[in-house]
Design a binder for this molecule. Structure first.
Ligand code: GAL
Length: 729
């Protein structure tokens, strides 16, 4: 019977290549996910993460029954892993974004075994995405989880769940099951599939007696699935398909695959989810974080999906420019956030070996993720690469063969590019939306380097940054031949010196590198249905002299309210409607409100701003901004109040300096000092010199349960505190 054993703790790490004779005392104990270096968030000093390191794990293997095999499964390590057991090399896996496994069985010894990984984290030109400088960093480390897997000699290798006829009253579900027989003789087995609802209730099943010959074989079990709920963005109903294998009445294997009943199609005139046209509004996401690189545990990965859907109001995310963590994708499935996932790369295609690796990654990505309801499109071109007819004919054919249920896209930046995919996915940096030459046409990037904006930039720029996103999203929604647009990008990110603002950061995010909002984030957030969350956010520091020439005219407000009342001090300025003239297509047009001149006169003290948001005639939200600009509080907040004490779990702890109404003061640059009491570690700069009035660090649980108190102090303001519980495993 299959057993999965998490294999994330008890690792030893050394930042150099050393052999098995090196004593353990030269190593540091680590828990996975692990970053080979902890960086300052700016990476001003160009901290080095490109080197070969050694990971080792001593273990006593589980007892194996005759014929059973023991595999080690790596979910992702950057970027080439040479794996050995007890000094015997098992092989090298080249690739940083896709899972890989080694069969340990034949090299196991009784008692203690030693698994070694020599991890090459350099940008090797033989491995995609490298060969040319890329605009992001591929931080090193075994940065995703590892597990041991015990299986019988005959086992389930893969399950691909396909749903059919979802829009009829008679939906069906099929399990394409790949079985493997590692013995030399055929085996008589019973293959069974069961459809389970979220409570584990069985809704349908199918069984087949099979004779499994040595090697691999594919079987399809299909069944009716009456009465199931569809997977939609508002109600992302998930089901499980349980596939089991039995021999002479005894269960020998079991694999559960989560999926949803939905139909997703790109047509020339739009994207259709379950037969309904859905304008796609999205953002690109890089998987990197400040300090920890890409080694973010499940909780942070899941949180990113929540931020993109619930704080940024998007219905689509692109995993630029590689397959991302399964935890991120799990959360997309659970909350109803659509995903465009693509193969690794950036503007460059290498030699035949490099292309073969790209095909291998494409296969690994699709096989890993093809049962997920959230994924609606496969990116089968290297982002912004030149045409290559033979290569891209092969990637398209492979994707269509591995997954006939989804269409392909492939991101390019020239409109005359050869169109071999199903969807023309195009990076449009024209500052508008070009007329499509092919359909379906989806904008996969815009803005980005055309208008980098820091969270401490002057108001004028921060507002214009937000409005550029608003204008493009508005225009694309109104174009009948455009199916959607994915802005560049969700979060600021670390990069090479060839890009970014000289501090090795691309300030292209609508949020900063800590996932804290700039004004552009409020624009996206305001597109949310107000029934879910009311958004009312003025894009101003409310000061006479910040904009060129002075004043705050016009006042831009991002809101999903249907009317806004504006007060300056006690004076009611008026009741305003969204600017539908400039933004006729957005679900919730920004407000662009003319301000009366009498309050905006040099030398006159500006009173506070007060906004009231109304929905269907009722006041539902209020925002006030203090005109005095005085720091009144240090606000401290953790995203979660409980962590698991497993040595890896983390949450973000964010701090802001705010006015007396709780608005961030973007030009405060005080030092914030953090103290931690309890069994957890802070990952991040401490003390932190604020830029933009906000920042964050991460708190990582140690292995003992308890309570952690974080106290933040800054000159001239009262200290702030949060408490987090650590729950035992
Ligand atoms: C694109 C590229 C992205 C990013 C972006 C910046 O050309 O695909 O990775 O570099 O530009 O705007």
């Amino acid at each position: 019977m299959r057993t999965l054993i998490p294999f994330n703790d008890g690792w030893l790490y050394h930042p150099e290549p050393v052999d098995d004779t090196a004593p353990d005392s030269r190593f540091e104990p680590v828990t996975l996910p692990h970053a080979n270096v902890v960086l300052p968030h700016h990476n001003f000093d160009n901290a080095e993460y490109q080197f070969i390191s050694t990971y080792r794990r001593r273990f006593t293997p589980p007892e194996l029954e005759p014929g059973q095999r023991l595999f080690v499964d790596f979910e992702g390590a950057m970027i080439a892993s040479t794996v050995a057991l007890n000094g015997v090399r098992l092989g090298e896996y080249r690739g940083g974004f896709t899972p890989f496994s080694f069969d340990l069985t034949d090299q196991l010894v009784p008692g203690e075994n030693l698994l070694t990984v020599h991890l090459d984290s350099r940008e090797r030109t033989d491995i995609p995405p490298y060969g040319f400088v890329v605009d992001y960093l591929t931080f090193g480390g075994i940065y995703r989880e590892v597990a041991l897997r015990v299986v019988d000699a005959c086992h389930i290798e893969d399950v691909f769940v396909q749903t059919r006829d979802v829009l009829t009253g008679q939906p069906r579900v099929a399990a394409d099951t790949t079985l493997r027989n590692l013995t030399n003789a055929p085996r008589a087995l019973t293959l069974r599939a069961e459809l389970l609802d979220a409570q584990g209730q069985r809704l349908a099943d199918a069984t087949e007696a099979i004779a499994l010959a040595p090697g691999e074989a594919l079987y399809t079990l299909e069944m009716q699935a009456s009465g199931v709920r569809r997977w939609t963005l508002d109600d992302p109903a998930l089901y499980t398909l349980r596939v089991t294998l039995a021999e002479r009445g005894a269960l020998t294997d079991c694999v559960d695959t989560r999926f949803g009943f939905r139909e997703a199609r790109f047509e020339p005139d739009g994207f259709y989810l379950n037969g309904e046209r859905l304008p796609l509004i999205g953002l690109n996401r890089h998987q990197t974080y400040p300090y920890i690189g890409a080694a973010a545990p499940a909780r942070l990965q899941r949180r990113d999906a929540e931020i993109v859907k619930w704080e940024l109001g998007c219905n689509l995310v692109r995993t630029s420019h590689y397959p991302q963590s399964r935890h991120f994708l799990d959360r997309c499935d659970e909350i109803g956030l659509l995903v465009f996932e693509e193969i690794p790369g950036w503007q460059h295609i290498g030699d035949d070996d490099w292309k073969q690796l790209s095909l291998d990654y494409l296969r690994a990505m699709i096989v890993r993720d093809r049962s997920r309801p959230a994924i609606i499109l496969w990116g089968v071109r290297v982002n912004e690469s030149p045409d290559d007819e033979a290569f891209y004919t092969a990637t398209n054919a492979l994707a269509r063969r591995l997954d006939p249920t989804r269409q392909t896209g492939g991101v390019r930046y020239f409109q005359d590019s050869q169109f071999l995919e199903d969807v023309f996915t195009y990076n449009d940096f024209s500052n508008t939306v070009v007329e499509p030459k092919h359909t379906p046409h989806m904008v996969t990037e815009f803005n980005g380097h055309m208008f980098p904006t820091k969270n401490w930039d002057q108001e004028e720029r921060a507002v214009e940054h937000a409005l550029r996103h608003a204008r493009i999203q508005d225009r694309q929604i109104g174009m009948p031949d455009v199916v959607g647009a994915i802005g560049w990008c969700a979060f600021d990110y670390n990069t090479h010196q060839e890009f970014g603002s000289g501090d090795r950061v691309c300030y292209h995010g609508v949020m900063d590198i800590f996932r804290l909002p700039k004004y552009a984030a409020y624009f996206y957030g305001s597109q949310i249905d107000p029934a879910r969350r009311v958004v009312l956010q003025a894009a101003t520091v409310w000061s006479m002299g910040d904009r060129s020439g002075g004043g705050v005219n016009p006042l831009v407000v991002f809101s999903n309210c249907d009317a806004i009342e504006v007060f300056i001090g006690d004076e009611r300025i008026g009741r305003f409607s969204p600017d539908r003239e400039t933004f006729p297509h957005l679900p919730h047009a920004p407000y662009v409100i003319p301000m009366p001149q009498q309050h905006l006169t040099w030398g006159r003290t500006l009173p506070d701003l007060r906004l009231m948001g109304h929905l269907n005639g009722e006041a539902v939200a209020e925002q006030r901004i203090a005109a005095d600009g005085l720091p009144r509080a240090l606000a401290l907040a953790a995203d979660h109040d409980e962590l698991i004490a497993d040595g890896a779990d983390m949450t973000r702890v964010a701090f802001r300096i705010v006015d007396r109404f709780g608005n961030r003061l973007p030009y405060t640059n005080q030092v914030v000092t953090l103290e931690v009491e309890g069994p957890a570690d802070l990952i991040g700069e401490n003390p932190f010199a604020l830029a933009g009035g906000q920042a964050a660090v991460y708190l990582r649980a140690r292995r003992e349960p308890g309570e952690v108190r974080i106290r933040a102090t800054t000159p001239r303001l009262p200290p702030a505190e949060v408490t987090i519980r650590l729950r035992g495993i």
